[in-house]
Design a protein around this ligand. Structure first.
Ligand SMILES: C[S@@+](CC[C@H](N)C(=O)[O-])C[C@H]1O[C@@H](n2cnc3c(N)ncnc32)[C@H](O)[C@@H]1O
Length: 290
């Protein structure tokens, strides 16, 4: 079954039938609740029992937001699918719901939000569904507006399913360019089923706040849900500083030739990403475009 992201735009894919199917599946409810709890943990909000104002970006039918409400927080949910939001309304989700496209920016006043989560949604920005869609511009608009609306020192935790390493790097690059510090925390890296990647971003310059927690199961322990281990020795946590990449960096000048590309692809395969096969065209120098 192809990924939902390549089947149709989100507002079409999550139509009335799919929205109901998604929200009535006990397996999905359980998985999304667990991911949302972990995202909330990674947000590392002050432990003072005070309710915070949080965002749930790509809130869907309110499964992820429910975890925020259960923990006493107020939230604003953004989603592009009217059908998903209708189901959220029927389920009496406690958050304020906005029918909006995160790729056009969040449109909030600066510094008003205490934290943000996004569960299984941000990877959708990597796909161009309309001729006017340019994934890089949409990621820029999204991360720029997210950075602006968060209070200094606040975090955003985005759990996502990138299709490949290029997508992960592109998403991370636009987060860093917006000014975030942080990195990727991978839970259960050795399990094909339970592996989950969280982008943990802190608003403002690197500080004690931008310290990255360890991923669960990094020591080789297996998740109870998945007893098979199909991977070994992979790096599980990428730590990034708030550095703006130099424009037009030329990869080959750093000595990263074919061999380096083959090695990286092999690493990605071991991590379970779908990676195109190696061919004589792999890492071929491209002609300049005019
Ligand atoms: C897999 S669902 C997850 C829903 C919810 N976070 C949960 O945990 O159940 C992904 C959601 O992201 C939403 N989405 C995708 N692209 C979006 C965009 N550009 N702006 C806002 N929401 C988007 C979809 O409509 C869908 O409801």
């Amino acid at each position: 079954m192809p990924r939902p992201e390549v089947q149709a735009p989100p507002e079409i894919f999550y139509n009335e039938t799919e929205a109901r199917k998604y929200t009535t599946s006990s397996r999905i409810i359980e998985i999304q609740a667990k991911i949302s709890e972990r995202a909330l943990e990674l947000l590392a909000l002050p432990n003072d029992g005070l309710p915070r104002l949080l965002l749930d970006i790509g809130c869907g039918s309110g499964l992820s937001g429910e975890t925020l409400s259960e923990n006493g927080h107020h939230w604003i949910g953004y989603d592009i699918s009217e059908s998903m939001l209708n189901v959220a309304l029927e389920r009496e989700a406690e958050g304020d719901l906005l029918l909006a496209d995160m790729g056009q920016g969040l449109g909030l006043r600066p510094g008003v939000v205490d934290g943000a989560i996004s569960i299984s949604a941000v990877q959708w920005l990597c796909y161009a569904d309309k001729s006017s869609h340019e994934p890089r511009m949409r990621l820029k608009a999204f991360f720029g507006s997210l950075y602006r609306c968060l209070a200094r020192g606040a975090r955003a935790v985005l759990q996502l399913y990138a299709e490949n390493m290029d997508q992960s790097e592109m998403i991370m690059m636009y987060a860093m360019r917006a000014g975030f510090a942080g990195g990727i925390v991978v839970d259960w890296p050795h399990s094909s089923k339970a592996r989950k990647a969280y982008l943990v971003l802190t608003c403002g310059p690197p500080s004690i706040q931008s310290y990255l927690p360890k991923g669960k199961g990094e020591d080789g322990a297996m998740c109870s849900e998945d007893e098979e281990s199909d991977d070994d020795g992979n790096q599980t946590v990428g730590i990034y500083d708030r550095t703006r990449p130099k424009k037009k960096a030329k990869i080959n000048k750093n000595g990263k030739g074919k061999e380096w590309v083959f090695k990286k692809k092999e690493q990605m395969r071991k991590k379970g990403y779908s990676v195109p096969p190696d061919t004589k065209y792999t890492a071929r120098k491209r002609k300049a475009h005019f």
